[in-house]
Write a protein that binds this ligand. Structure first.
Ligand code: ADP
Ligand code: MG
Length: 701
């Protein structure tokens, strides 16, 4: 048989063939010999120890036996056939049992030969047996070197039934790696390997599939993780270079009259240190002549809005317009009203454009945009419609970015020529490691300081038993002049039931808090936008003391007088959402509270979420726990997030490797932006290969 190379189709690997190849492709996505080699073990078993049948005491852990299979039989049973093999060593006998995979197993079991058996023992009818053990001839077992750690590969039932259990996969991999003169090509430059003291790619894969001990396995694995992350970071760092240096942007050279007038006369508070720092970063960025693509992260209530307003004034002072896009109508309206109020004394025209602005009212707005008389346009998706044309758009602010798709951002980008500077604001704190990857091509600013005088929100977890006391607490707070949110989950899959819960909750609150002493507002997705507006406004203006709502209030709404957030069925919310919701209170000077109502019995994850919420107010800490619970893909919502599919590395666990990869990628591209130097030839070649296989997801994330 000719030597198998990495790109050899999997069916030509000895021991595979067309039928198993179909299953390897369908079940594990293994198309080539290279894919097989990249199917690395997910754990190892220590196979250096043997026990004897007479010594078996517990069914707690898998054990390894050595002996002979004396007999194999197919035994009919109610639920199909079982395979039962008699196994024997010097001290006793037990049965090996298979419930599935008949023909393959019978054909493969070596009878009357010395075998090694590995599996988890179970006690049945006073005797020990092992279900679905791994069985291997002693001589093949002994030819494997090391015999320290045995790799365990992920596989599926279908593959197992065709002889490709973990051990079967191990056999295939050994076949490929064991060929004469077979070598896996190198993908990293020798000088980097030497600098980082990493093994060659070939050595790394061989070690990972058959390590002498755990530390050596880790080292080999880190080399492979590093490689994966390095190419990802090279891609991102290079995109960032292209997106900034080399992408002409509008230039805000001057800090002008409006900015200064607002800053000194109309800003109702002193900026926090973090806000000032971010403003300096933005000013520097927008004055380079290159394009700004900046992500502004700041916990709920950290004061991102005023940063966007100041940046807008900077744009206006330099003869440009600005737009602010928000994900919901309520939030857009709130921004609009907030801007109007802050800019009341100033000669700045702000307009609001949402889906519910009527055609007749649209006309003057659109005309004002085209003539340049409208300075700031606030709105929803309506902003990106083709009919919306600016005279000179210099800044696009996107609030709560994770709600917007990449395509929508691209449309916004196309509304200026050259494209406007982009400031993306998010209140979902993203752990640094993730930001480095998901937003590796954006510059990141962080507001890591809350405005002074805020009291940390007190969070408690309560169940139904405490409902009356919770209601009393609400009544007490209202008596002090405060307002209260009561939020219900609304999940699409259970929308009807959820809606009923909300309505029932509203009813019972209405009975406990009756008019005329109390007023309740209610907001949910089935209401007309005008009605929602009205209800929201009654609450925002203090006419209603309690707002009962679904998650529509999740993003952005600002009612500083609200001091209590009650979250019903809190176990059904994710951590990021809970934190967002809690951020709706604690905005004024009063002590604020968050009450998480759940049922009695909670899953382990839900309990950890509640515990985390009660323990900390720190959005970054919460995001870390969230990342652990959900994994990066989920955390970011959709694929659009740009969190790549990683084969080897794990963004949560492999931070050190990620940081090293980021550092090396930046260093290399700084020295040699085009990767043209001879020692980088290999990086250049591989990067092209990696880039070709990847969608262009990071252009404007
Ligand atoms: P977020 O970052 O969640 O969007 P906002 O911009 O809505 O936060 O700000 C929350 C509240 O804090 C607003 O009422 C805002 O006026 C106020 N605020 C912002 N910056 C400061 C500051 N430096 N000092 C005092 N209050 C501030
Ligand atoms: Mg906000």
């Amino acid at each position: 048989m000719p030597t198998v190379q990495l790109d050899t189709p999997i069916e030509f690997v000895k021991g595979v063939g067309p039928q198993r190849a179909d299953f390897l492709r369908a079940e594990l996505g293994i198309h080539t010999a290279g894919d097989l080699i990249e199917h690395v073990p997910f754990r190892y078993e220590d196979r250096s120890r043997f026990v004897q049948v007479a010594e078996i005491q517990s069914d707690a852990a898998a054990i390894q036996l050595q002996g002979v299979i004396t007999k194999v039989a197919e035994v009919p049973s109610k639920r199909g056939k079982r395979i039962v093999a008699q196994f024997q060593d010097a001290t006793g006998a037990l049965e090996l049992v298979w419930f599935k995979g008949g023909r393959w197993i019978v054909a493969q079991l070596p009878v009357n030969q010395q075998v090694v058996v590995f599996g988890k023992p179970a006690r049945f009818g006073g005797k020990w047996n092992i279900a679905h053990p791994e069985v291997e001839r002693l001589d093949t077992f002994q030819t494997r070197k090391g015999l320290g750690l045995q790799p365990v590969y992920s596989t599926t039932e279908k593959l197992t039934n065709r002889g490709l259990s973990s051990a079967g996969i191990a056999r295939l991999i050994r076949t490929v790696l064991g060929q004469n003169q077979f070598e896996i090509p190198e993908t990293l430059p020798p000088h980097l390997l030497a600098e980082l003291q990493m093994p060659s790619r070939d050595a790394a894969f061989r070690t990972v599939h058959s390590p002498p001990d755990a530390p050596t396995a880790d080292k080999a694995r880190n080399r492979l993780k590093f490689e994966e992350l390095l190419y990802l970071q090279l891609l991102l760092v290079r995109k960032k270079q292209v997106a900034t240096v080399g992408q002409p942007g509008v230039r805000f050279t001057a800090v002008g009259e409006r900015f200064n007038a607002f800053y000194s006369d109309h800003l109702p508070f002193e900026l926090t240190g973090a806000q000032k720092r971010v403003m300096r970063e933005i000013r520097a960025d927008t004055n380079t002549g290159w394009h700004m693509n900046r992500l502004l992260q700041g916990d709920v209530g950290s004061g991102k809005t005023v940063v966007s307003l100041l940046t807008a004034l900077l744009a206006i002072d330099n003869g440009f317009q600005a737009c602010v896009m928000a994900p919901t109508e309520i939030l857009a309206t709130q921004h609009y009203l907030g801007f109007k109020e802050l800019l009341a004394q100033m000669d700045v025209r702000v307009e609001l454009l949402t889906g519910s602005v009527k055609t007749a009212d649209r006309k003057p707005i659109l005309e004002g945009l085209a003539s340049g008389e409208v300075h700031i346009l606030v709105g929803t998706h309506a902003l990106i419609e083709p009919g919306v044309k600016f005279k000179a758009l210099g800044l696009a602010v996107i609030d709560e970015q994770h709600r917007f798709g990449v395509q929508q951002r691209a449309k916004l980008w196309a509304k200026g020529k050259p494209p406007p500077h982009v400031l993306v604001m998010t209140a979902t704190p993203i752990p640094r490691t993730l930001a480095m990857t998901a937003y590796g091509d954006l510059d990141v600013s962080v507001i890591d300081e809350l405005p002074p005088g805020r009291k940390p929100i007190r969070t408690v977890h309560r169940t139904d038993a405490a409902r009356l006391r919770v209601q009393q607490f609400i009544a007490d707070e209202i008596a002090l002049g405060r307002q209260v949110y009561v939020v219900y989950p609304l999940i699409e899959e259970s929308a009807t039931l959820d809606h009923k819960d909300l309505m029932d909750g509203y009813e019972s609150l209405s009975r406990r808090f009756p008019v005329p002493d109390y007023r309740l507002s209610i907001v949910h997705g089935r209401m007309r936008p005008e009605d929602k507006e009205l209800e929201m406004r009654r609450f925002a203006e203090g006419q209603a003391q309690i707002l009962v709502a679904t998650t529509v209030i999740e993003v952005g709404v600002n009612v500083p007088n609200a001091s209590v957030m009650v979250i019903e069925s809190a176990e059904r919310f994710g951590l990021a959402q809970l934190h967002q919701l809690r951020g709706r209170v604690g905005r004024g000077a009063e002590q604020s509270y968050c009450i998480l109502m759940t049922k009695d019995e909670l899953s382990k994850d839900a309990a950890l979420r509640m515990e985390t919420m009660c323990r900390t107010n720190d959005g970054f800490e919460i995001a870390e726990v969230d990342l652990q619970l959900r994994g990066p893909g989920d955390l970011m919502g959709t694929q659009q997030s740009g969190v790549p599919d990683l084969k080897m590395a794990d963004l949560m666990r492999d931070r050190e490797v990620l940081t090293a990869a980021r550092y090396i990628a930046s260093r290399v591209l700084e020295e040699d932006p085009g990767l043209e130097q001879p020692q980088h030839a290999i990086l250049n070649r591989e990067l092209k290969r990696v880039a070709a296989g990847r969608p262009d997801w990071s252009r404007i994330s």
